[in-house]
Design a protein around this ligand. Structure first.
Ligand code: ZN
Ligand code: ZN
Length: 117
């Protein structure tokens, strides 16, 4: 039973490989039925960091990027807390990207904000 199931899957894979173009066309037809055209890609693609990095700055993709940055900063902050020698302090990047709030990094941030003002 299991063997024939596997054989069927293999046959389907071979079929898909041989008729790749037809399958792609069928896929496009299905997309068109859903109202998705090449100009309007599936919504699932949005709200991802890779989409944001490929140039889409729609609200969904921006929030995906923001969530990634927030999570990265959180992880970096945990690493830095475990080993404060990991990054030099008194730097803006340590404050923003590593979430460090030591007196030196806070001062660097204050200096930066005053310079920008
Ligand atoms: Zn987008
Ligand atoms: Zn610091």
């Amino acid at each position: 039973m299991a063997a024939s199931h596997t054989a069927r899957q293999r046959a389907l894979r071979e079929l898909a490989a041989r008729h790749g173009e037809e399958f792609e066309l069928l896929l496009q037809v299905e997309r068109l039925k859903l109202g998705l055209t090449p100009e309007r890609p599936p919504r699932a693609e949005h709200g991802t960091r890779s989409k944001y990095q490929s140039g889409c700055h729609c609200a969904d993709c921006r929030s995906a990027e923001a969530a990634y940055r927030k999570e990265r900063t959180r992880l970096n902050a945990a690493r830095l807390a475990a080993d404060p020698t990991l990054k030099p302090h008194g730097r803006l990047s340590t404050y923003t990207q590593w979430g460090c709030r030591c007196v030196y990094c806070r001062r660097a941030m204050r200096d930066y904000q005053q310079a920008a003002a």
